[in-house]
Design a protein around this ligand. Structure first.
Ligand code: GNR
Ligand code: NI
Length: 172
C-alpha cells in the first residue's frame, strides 16, 4: 500500500487551518487508511492530515505501540468539548519536527467529539498519553505545532536545525 511523505517545519502548510470534512465517504476512508500506514511506518503514535499536505480535519492515532495488536483510532472533525482543570506535562515529539523533544503542558483529560471511520458521531473522554496525543493532533488541524509553545528563541533554533537536516521535506 502507498505511503505518503510527511512534511517538516518550516513548511508553511503546517500553519494551515484545515477544513472540516463534509461527509465520511470512501475517499476520506482511503485517506485515513493511507495515513495510518504512513504513521505506522514513520513510526509514530498519531498523524494529522496536514502533515501529509492534506488540509482536511482528519487525524489517526494508535498509542498501543504494538504492531502485532494494532488499536487504530480515526477521528474526523475532532472537537474538544471539555478539558480538565488539572494539567499534565509530557515530553512531546512530532514527526514534522524530527529528533526534537520538549516538555509541553496540556489539560490532563479532555472530552472529544468526532466522526469515526464509519461517519458515526462519537464522544470520548481520554487521559494520559492519548489525551496529549489527541490535543497535539487537533493543534495540527489548527496550524499549531508543539514548538509554537516554546520561546521564539528555542523555536527558531529547532526550525533552523530541522530545515538544515531535512531541506527536501519542505516546500520552502
Ligand atoms: O509520534 C508521535 N509521538 C508523540 C509523542 C508525544 C506527544 C505527541 C506525539 S505525536 C507524534 C506524531 C505526530 O507528530 N503527530 O502529529
Ligand atoms: Ni505532530
Amino acid at each position: 500500500m502507498a505511503k505518503l511523505d510527511i512534511i517538516n517545519v518550516p513548511d508553511p502548510l503546517l500553519k494551515t487551518v484545515s477544513k472540516a470534512v463534509g461527509q465520511v465517504d470512501d475517499q476520506v476512508r482511503q485517506l485515513m487508511d493511507t495515513m495510518l500506514e504512513t504513521m505506522y511506518g514513520a513510526p509514530g503514535i498519531g498523524l494529522a492530515a496536514i502533515q501529509v499536505a492534506v488540509p482536511k480535519r482528519v487525524i489517526v492515532l494508535d498509542i498501543a505501540g504494538d504492531m502485532d495488536n494494532p488499536q487504530p483510532l480515526f477521528m474526523v472533525n475532532p472537537k474538544v468539548v471539555w478539558e480538565s482543570e488539572e494539567f499534565n506535562v509530557y515530553n512531546e515529539g512530532c514527526l514534522s519536527v524530527p529528533e526534537h523533544y520538549a516538555e509541553i503542558e496540556r489539560p490532563a483529560e479532555v472530552t472529544v467529539q468526532y466522526l469515526d471511520y464509519d461517519g458515526k458521531q462519537q464522544e470520548q473522554t481520554v487521559g494520559g498519553l492519548l489525551s496529549t496525543c489527541v490535543q497535539h493532533e487537533i493543534d495540527h488541524l489548527n496550524g499549531v505545532v508543539f514548538i509554537d509553545y516554546l520561546s521564539k528563541l528555542k523555536r527558531n533554533m529547532i526550525i533552523k536545525k530541522v530545515h538544515k537536516a531535512t531541506p527536501d521535506t519542505t516546500v520552502l
